[in-house]
Design a protein around this ligand. Sequence first.
Ligand SMILES: [Zn+2]
Length: 386
Amino acid sequence: MSHARPNAPEYDADDILEGIRDWVFIESPTDFPEGVNRVMDLAEREMVSLGAAIEREPGGEGYADLLTARVPGASEGPGILVLGHLDTVHTVGTLARELPFRREGDRVYGPGIYDMKGGMYSACYALKQVLRAGNTPKLPVTFMFVPNEEVGSPTTRGRIEAEAKRHHYVLVPEPAKEGRLVTGRHAIARFRIRVRGRPSHAGSTLARGRSAIREMAEQIVAIEGMTDHEAGVTLSVGIVHGGTFVNVVPIDCEAEVLAVLPTPEDIERIGAAMMALEPINPDVAVAVEAGPLRPVFSPHAGVMDLYARAEAIAREIGFSPGHGSFGGGSDGNFTGALGLATLDGLGPCGDGAHTHDEHVLYSSLVPRARLLAGLLETLEAPEARA
Ligand SMILES: [Zn+2]
C-alpha cells in the first residue's frame, strides 16, 4: 500500500476539498451543456496533468461532451474503467440561493458535491497520489466523464457499454449509501405520459371542454398507486407540464414517471401496466412513451470478488464499508448488467442527494480517496491472481 511507504505523499482532506469546490462552483445541470462542458474542461485539465490521453466527443442531442481519459498501466490490455458523471439535478442559481457551498462541522454542502463531483474529483486525486508516490497502476486506467447520467444517459449508454467491455473492472465513485459500497442496483425505468383534452373557454363554456390536467391528476394517483414499498417497487411523477391560461380549459398535459424495479419480472409487469394506461375520463386521449431503461445490476461473483478486494484495502486503511443493493440508478447498472465486475458507491459518504441538503462528510474524504487509490494501484488482471 502506497500510504505505508515512507516517501508516500500525504493525503490532505483540505486539498481534496479545494479541488471538489472548484468543480461544485460551476453549476452543471444536465440541460445546461455550457456548464457541464466547463466542468469537463476542469476534469480534462486534471487528467492532462496526470499524463492522460484525452478523447472528447459531442454528447449528442444537445448534451455536453463525453470525456474519456486514458492513463497507461504497468501492463497493457484490459484495465480499470472509472465511470461517473459531471451533470447534476440542481438548476443554475441553486449555489447562490438554496445550497451555497459551505462547511458546517463535518458536513460540506453544495450542488452535486455528493452526487457526484466529490467522487469523480476524489478518483482523480487518488490516481494523482498513486503517481506522485512513484507507483504505476498494474493495469491501464480509463476515466469516463458522462454528461447526462441524471436523465438516464440516453445518448451515452452505447459508448459507456462499449468502453466498459474493454476493461476488467469498473469503479463507480457515486455516493456511498450510508457509508456502504454498492454491489447491486435495482432497474430504473422512465416513462413520458401525454394527455390530450378538448378545448373550451373555462369561464363561459366549461362543460364543453375536457381538461387534460384533471385527467393527468387522476392518472398520477393511479400510477403512483402501483408503488409497493415492501417489494421495493416505486413509481413517482417528478415533472408535470400543462395549461396555458387560467381561463382556457387545458388541452395538453405532459408528465414524466420514474419507476424503481428490483427484478426483471417487475420491469415486465410494470412496463406492461404503464404502456396499457387507458383514459379515466371520457373524450381524452392518453399516450405513453417508454424512456431510457437502466437494467437490473445484481451482485454476481465478479462483483463480489471486487468488493472483497475493496473491503481488504479498506481494512488496511482502518474502516469497513460493508455493501448492499439499492434503488437509485447509476451508469453502473449498465456495466453490472453486462456481467462486468462493477463496484459502485466508491465516492465520499454524505446524504441529501438531489435535495437542498446535499452534503459530503469531510471526515470521509481521505479514507475514500485512499480506498480508490488502493484499488487503482493494486488491481490486477483476474487470471494473474489465480
Ligand atoms: Zn449520480
